[in-house]
Design a protein around this ligand. Structure first.
Ligand code: ZN
Length: 271
């Protein structure tokens, strides 16, 4: 599944290529996604100029002259910018052609993605308005986590993956951040002290920043906006390393299920 770093990398790439370009034509080959695409989307987008691209949680916001196109990559989606003549591939369901012969292609084999038009403030859209803070902002801090974790007894790993607590901490990043902060993923959220939360919030930021720098993760078939699959695998400290020696202490990494998700940790280093 595309995670926050992939979405952020996609956003930066698209921004570089398509800002101030004008839509000439839109092709939709499939309308049925998590929500159906508006039948008149081609009519709506025609002759509109792309002003900015932004991201909120894992939603990409394409801000045009008259409103915003909200795109979510769902389980298997990817966006790329290609030249007009690039042959289309299977599952390239939506194509927006710009006046410089570049075209934005949305590929989504499983069609859990979303392509939605809104004329209103996109941040007030029902999909976005209840999202927690962005992990890479000052608003997200140890102090914040400590405050919202009061009375919350669910495991800390599950807690930091809740969208209304903080957005964009997917399974891999939650595992990695907890390892780096030395916190066991099983501990109830309200048992974590302020000092530990300070460390954890820093670890989450660091893990995500590294992933963005590396161009997103790696485990999936994510491709960048140019369509290259050339992303190298990031070095993961615990995720996927069941029974392998911990990089700190050489003790075997433990794998457990927490809230239906695979969790990896070192019983020696994470308390
Ligand atoms: Zn260890």
């Amino acid at each position: 599944m595309p995670e926050l770093p992939e979405v952020e990398t996609t956003k930066r790439g698209i921004e570089r290529l398509l800002i101030n370009k004008t839509v000439e034509h839109t092709i939709v080959r499939h309308y049925k996604f998590r929500q159906p695409i508006a039948r008149n989307i081609g009519y709506i987008l025609k002759n509109q100029t792309l002003k900015t691209v932004s991201r909120r949680a894992k939603y990409l916001l394409f801000n045009f002259t008259k409103g915003t196109l909200i795109i979510h990559l769902g389980m298997s989606g990817s966006l790329r910018v290609v030249s007009l003549n690039t042959p289309k591939e299977k599952h390239d369901h939506v194509e927006i052609l710009f006046n410089d012969n570049h075209c934005l292609r949305f590929r989504d084999p499983r069609r859990f993605g979303l392509v939605i038009w809104t004329k209103k403030n996109p941040f007030e859209h029902k999909l976005l308005k209840n999202c927690g803070p962005e992990p890479l902002t000052q608003q997200f801090s140890g102090l914040y986590l400590h405050r919202v974790a009061k009375n919350r007894t669910c495991p800390i790993k599950q807690f930091i993956m809740l969208n209304n607590i903080v957005v964009g901490v997917g399974n891999i990043y939650a595992n990695e951040a907890l390892f780096s902060a030395g916190i066991s993923p099983n501990r109830p959220a309200n048992s974590i002290g302020l000092d530990e939360f300070m460390l954890l919030s820093k670890s989450i930021k660091t893990v995500l920043r590294k992933a963005i720098k590396a161009g997103g993760t790696t485990l999936q078939d994510f491709k960048n906006e140019r369509g290259d699959a050339g992303y190298f695998k990031q070095k993961l400290a615990v995720y996927g390393r069941a029974s392998l020696p911990c990089y700190n202490c050489r003790q075997a990494i433990t794998q457990v299920r927490i809230g239906q998700r695979s969790s990896f940790y070192c019983k020696n280093c994470q308390k």
